[in-house]
Design a protein around this ligand. Structure first.
Ligand SMILES: [Zn+2]
Length: 295
C-alpha cells in the first residue's frame, strides 16, 4: 500500500506542477473554519463541501467524538487563525453507532491485550468497552452531544459559532442544525422513519428550480461504507508467543495508557465547571451561560 500511495503522490505532484496548481504559499492566508468529523474513510469534508486547500481545519476521530485531543487541536487553530466557526460533522451509518461490531470482537480483543494492563481494565466488561470506544445509539443525538461538548470553547472565544451538521451517506446531502432538529422531531413521532429518507425542503425547491420533478428527489447513490458487521479479529491460535511478548512489554504499554489517562483526566477537570443539562433523550453538558463578547 505504501508504494501505491507514493506512486499516486508522484503522479499528482507532477500533474500539479505541469498545470500550475502547486501548493500555494499560505503566508497571509486566514482560515476561519474548523470541522470536527469522523475518521470514516467515506467522509471527506473536502469532497462533501468542495473545499479549497486551506479553507478549513479538519479534525477527525472515530464517531466525531470531542475529546481532550480535539479541544487541544481547536485551541491551537484558534491561536493560529481567526476561527469564526467550529462545526461537528456527523454522518449516517457511522460504525460508532454499531454496537454489534464491539460485541462481535470484544472477547477476542480482550484475549490479545496484556492482562492486568490499564487497557484491559478499561475494556473489562461490555459496558466499560462501550464507554471506552464511545459507541452511541444514534448519529443525530451524538451530533447534538458533541456540539455541547465543544461549548467549552466559548470560554476562550465567546463569539465563535459552534454548530452541528449531519452527512447523509446515501444521498450526499448535508443537514444543517435546524434540519437535524426537524429530523429528530420527525423520527420521535415516527420511529420507523430512517434518517436518510429525510429530504430538506430547500433541496426539493432547488430540484424544482432545476426542472427536476419533486417526485424524483436526489438520484440515489449507493450507500457507502460497510453497514454490516465486519470481519472479526483473528483468533489467538498460534499467537501465544506474541501474547507472552506483549505481557513482557506490559510495563511500557501501561505507561502509555497512564499518560493517555492523565491527559483525559486533566481535560475532565477543565470541564467540571460546565453545568449539565439533559437534551431530549440524551445526557449532555450544557453550554456555559452567555459570556460577554470580548471583542
Ligand atoms: Zn463514523
Amino acid at each position: 500500500m505504501e508504494a501505491v500511495l507514493i506512486a499516486k503522490n508522484m503522479g499528482i505532484a507532477y500533474w500539479k506542477e505541469k498545470s500550475g496548481k502547486m501548493a500555494k504559499n499560505h503566508e497571509g492566508h486566514a482560515v476561519k473554519c474548523v470541522i470536527v468529523t469522523c475518521m470514516s474513510p467515506y467522509i471527506d469534508p473536502v469532497d462533501i463541501f468542495d473545499l479549497e486547500s486551506g479553507e478549513a481545519y479538519v479534525i477527525r476521530s472515530g464517531g466525531n467524538l470531542v475529546t481532550a485531543e480535539t479541544i487541544r487541536c481547536i485551541i491551537l487553530a484558534m491561536m493560529n487563525d481567526p476561527i469564526t466557526d467550529v462545526i461537528v460533522l456527523g454522518h449516517t451509518r457511522c460504525t460508532n453507532a454499531n454496537q454489534s461490531i464491539l460485541d462481535k470482537n470484544h472477547a477476542k480483543l480482550l484475549e490479545k491485550i496484556p492482562h492486568q494492563s490499564k487497557l484491559s481494565e478499561l475494556l473489562a466488561t461490555r459496558e466499560k468497552a462501550t464507554k471506552y470506544f464511545g459507541i452511541f445509539k444514534n448519529e443525530i443525538d451524538n451530533v447534538l452531544v458533541q456540539v455541547c461538548n465543544l461549548s467549552i470553547l466559548k470560554i476562550i472565544k465567546p463569539g465563535v459559532n459552534i454548530t452541528g451538521m449531519l452527512y447523509n451517506t446515501a444521498s450526499g446531502l448535508v443537514y444543517d442544525m435546524a434540519e437535524i432538529t426537524e429530523l429528530k422531531a420527525k423520527i420521535d413521532k415516527n420511529p420507523g422513519m430512517h434518517i436518510e429518507e429525510f429530504v430538506p425542503s430547500r433541496y426539493t425547491d432547488f430540484l424544482n428550480s432545476q426542472g427536476v420533478p419533486a417526485s424524483e428527489p436526489s438520484p440515489a447513490r449507493p450507500p457507502v461504507g460497510n453497514a454490516d458487521v465486519p470481519m472479526a479479529l483473528e483468533p489467538m491460535e498460534g499467537q501465544e508467543d506474541l501474547q507472552g511478548k506483549m505481557q513482557a512489554a506490559g510495563d511500557g504499554f501501561d505507561l502509555m495508557m497512564k499518560a493517555m489517562q492523565k491527559t483525559i483526566t486533566k481535560a475532565g477537570q477543565a470541564r467540571v465547571s460546565i453545568p449539565k443539562i439533559r437534551l431530549p433523550g440524551i445526557r449532555a453538558p450544557r453550554p456555559p451561560r452567555a459570556l460577554p463578547e470580548t471583542q
